[in-house]
Design a protein around this ligand. Structure first.
Ligand code: NDP
Length: 327
């Protein structure tokens, strides 16, 4: 088997030197294990945080050790009860072509009639982040004016569509005209191209009455613009701040004091907080997909060799919808 190893900790945007694709000697199966041939590997912005030597909600990747991440594959060998060759499974043994895993850490894909890679996208972490972040963390309600950043990305494009399905007004931001056209095609009422004008100016024009909800994927100037445009008792779901993941210094905020006057409620969250509610999630998302209200967009990069490029592409906006690596 082959696996991508972290060879050194990146300073800023990761370079080729930070990674190496190395042979991995996989052991014979112990009792209760499965061998999985991976078919789809996920690249996600949060992985950048695991490349730093800091304690967070997931431990850092170790130097000269294989990295891990979400993956979907097929069981090829099993010593675990209930798992058989041919089973499609979701697990965290990504960044590699084959994995030996304790069956306890492996989930069989529920039979929802979806493509297997959907469980890395709208039926996986991505969709759950959008669903719980919008409806639970931000308490978004029909009639709310919702602003979502990185709206052409995996989480953002799901937020746009869920918000529209639930009767909200949606303003999405993205970088470039093509991405903005895509966000509009998902049903957004307004789109802001943050590369064509400062986000504050664009958001002020798109939301003359202000915003009730901000779903933050970006941080920095986007978050500052949301402070500036927040209406009374606005709710901010702080999902991610990708703008800062490759920076050593935190962003500065000009409008942060509006938190007080506008009684803004800001809440950070991690999607795993909602793990116990996956049944509800599959039911609700399954319905939105079945009724055509939630479509999945994917950007697929072929070949494990190209995985670091796919990962870096998240920071240059190479992806429309969910970025995936296909083996
Ligand atoms: P995306 O598919 O949204 O990919 C990242 C996108 O971010 C890019 O396509 C790019 O879009 C945009 N982007 C990159 N750099 C910048 C920048 N400097 N300024 C503005 N936009 C930028 O990734 P995901 O959907 O997987 O993740 C979206 C966010 O959600 C991330 O912040 C991630 O960390 C977070 N997240 C949080 C989770 C949680 O549990 N809290 C779980 C999953 C994700 P463009 O071309 O428009 O710039």
């Amino acid at each position: 088997a082959r696996a991508w190893h972290l060879m050194s900790r990146p300073q800023g945007l990761p370079t080729d030197e930070n990674f190496a694709l190395k042979e991995l000697d996989l052991p014979p199966l112990a009792a209760g294990q499965v061998r999985v041939r991976n078919q789809w590997l996920s690249v996600d912005p949060y992985m950048r945080g695991r490349m730093n030597d800091v304690k967070s909600y997931v431990p850092p990747f170790q130097i000269d050790q294989p990295m891990e991440g979400g993956a979907v594959g097929e069981v090829v060998e099993s010593t675990a009860e209930g798992f058989y060759p041919g089973d499609r499974v979701l697990h965290m043994g990504g960044w590699r072509d084959e994995a030996v895993l304790d069956a306890r850490t492996v989930n069989k894909l529920p039979d929802l009639g979806a493509e297997p890679q959907a469980f890395l996208g709208n039926l996986g972490v991505t969709g759950a982040t959008a669903y719980f972040g919008l409806l639970e963390v931000a308490s978004a309600k029909p009639g709310d004016i919702v602003f979502v950043s990185a709206a052409a990305g995996a989480v953002g494009s799901a937020v746009v569509q869920i918000a529209k399905a639930k009767g909200m007004t949606v303003i999405g931001s993205a970088g470039g005209a093509d991405k903005c056209d895509f966000v509009q095609s998902l049903g957004a009422d307004q789109v802001v191209d943050y590369k064509a004008q400062p986000i504050l100016k664009g958001l002020a024009a798109a939301a003359p009455e202000g915003i009730d909800v901000y779903f933050d994927n970006v941080g920095g100037d986007h978050l500052d613009a949301a402070f500036a445009l927040a209406r009374m008792r606005a709710r901010f779901a702080i999902c991610g701040m990708i703008e800062g993941y490759n920076k050593a210094e935190p962003a500065a905020f000009r409008f942060i004091m509006r938190v007080i006057a506008m009684r803004i409620r800001m809440q950070g969250f991690i999607v795993f907080d909602f793990q116990s509610r996956m049944d509800e999630f599959y039911r609700e998302m399954g319905q939105l997909i079945a009724t055509g209200q939630l479509k999945s967009q994917e950007t697929v990069v072929d070949g494990i060799e190209n995985m670091p490029d796919a990962f870096r592409g998240l920071f240059s906006g190479d992806n429309l919808g969910k970025m995936l690596v296909r083996l």
